[in-house]
Design a protein. Structure first.
Length: 340
């Protein structure tokens, strides 16, 4: 036989109060558990680049590694909101608005055109940029005292254009006429880099012809002119172009059977002959120091711009062979990477 017992209302109330007290004590003793499900606001950092995600892995991973080296844990100390325009610069304004709505504290821009577009869309957004001619682009007053909201790393060391032209002449001593394709993002950047190259060309016994190019240039027409004027090599100056455009340049250079010096290692990865440039791994890890300082309260305009000084020569052996070139030992000995 089952015996049914009844519980008085007073006993029920006492039991509830006891349970509540026990939970309160547990929460006091273990505050972490009590806060587990509470949303914790962490600073958001934006990244807005030209290239598709598949081609942006190294800069993004290097930025994260730089922050990790400084003690940051993603998801705990910061959130990284990544946006790319998939080689379509016209999408920069929309992506800037999207990052602004997300409440990012700053945006990392992997090129000068990206930074210019961000600043135009949101003039108060702090920007950390990796790109040439940050001052000439109107993003900073001077390298030492940027003012405004932009700082970062200027990738073009003064004199680098002369160094690159000298390496091209060393690689192919017979050249005397060179076509210069300049995709510099600013007129000032183009003028400065070309003037350096022209000064070096005089002592090297080389004549230069400059052609300003961009993502919308008719490169078939450009190379038809190169064949007509008889240039014996191509020297590329300037900033980031969409990958399909870089591939088009490399392909046309190969079709014309011309040696070429490029401003970025990406061109050599795509089949180009040689480049003398920075490494994204190093430059974006360095960019993390700016992110750190801004997150800790520094104003971007108070942080001096770094002029990057570490450059590496890369050559592609198969491209040299296809051109019938035997690269001098003096050039090969300077190469940090010799690609097959």
């Amino acid at each position: 036989m089952r015996h049914h017992t009844s519980t008085s209302p007073i006993a029920i109330v006492v039991a509830i109060l006891s349970a509540t007290a026990s939970i309160a004590v547990l929460s006091y003793a273990q505050p972490g558990r009590a806060l587990q499900n509470r949303a914790v606001a962490i600073p958001r950092v934006g990244y807005l680049g030209l290239r598709p995600i598949s081609e942006s892995a190294v800069p993004i991973a290097s930025l994260k590694q730089g922050l990790s080296d400084l003690g940051y844990v993603e998801g705990r100390d910061y959130a990284l909101d990544i946006r790319v325009v998939d080689n379509d610069p016209a999408r920069y304004p929309a992506m800037t608005r999207e990052l602004t709505r997300l409440g990012v504290r700053l945006i990392v821009a992997p090129s000068t055109p990206s930074a210019v577009a961000i600043h135009k869309e949101n003039p108060t957004m702090p920007i950390v940029v990796r790109g040439p001619d940050i001052v000439g682009a109107g993003l900073a007053q001077t390298a030492q005292h940027p003012g405004g909201v932009t700082t970062g790393i200027d990738e073009l060391l003064p004199g680098e254009s002369a160094t690159r032209l000298g390496l091209l002449k060393q690689a192919v001593p017979s050249i005397s006429k060179v076509a210069v394709l300049s995709s510099a993002p600013t007129d000032n950047g183009h003028a400065t880099a070309f003037a350096e190259a022209e000064q070096a060309a005089t002592s090297l016994g080389v004549t230069l012809r400059a052609v300003r190019v961009s993502a919308t240039t008719d490169f078939d027409a450009v190379f038809a002119d190169i064949r007509r004027t008889g240039e014996q090599a191509v020297f590329c100056l300037g900033g980031v172009l969409p990958t399909p455009v870089m591939q088009k340049i490399v392909d046309l250079v190969a079709e014309a059977r011309l040696p070429a010096m490029y401003p970025m290692g990406d061109y050599v990865e795509l089949g180009g002959l040689m480049s003398h440039t920075y490494r994204n791994e190093e430059i974006f890890r360095a960019a993390a120091t700016y992110v750190d300082k801004i997150l800790k309260g520094a104003k971007a305009g108070d942080l001096p711009i770094t002029v990057w000084t570490k450059y590496y020569l890369t050559v592609r052996a198969t491209t040299a062979a296809r051109l019938g070139l035997t690269l001098p030992q003096a050039v090969l000995s300077q190469a940090v990477d010799i690609l097959p």
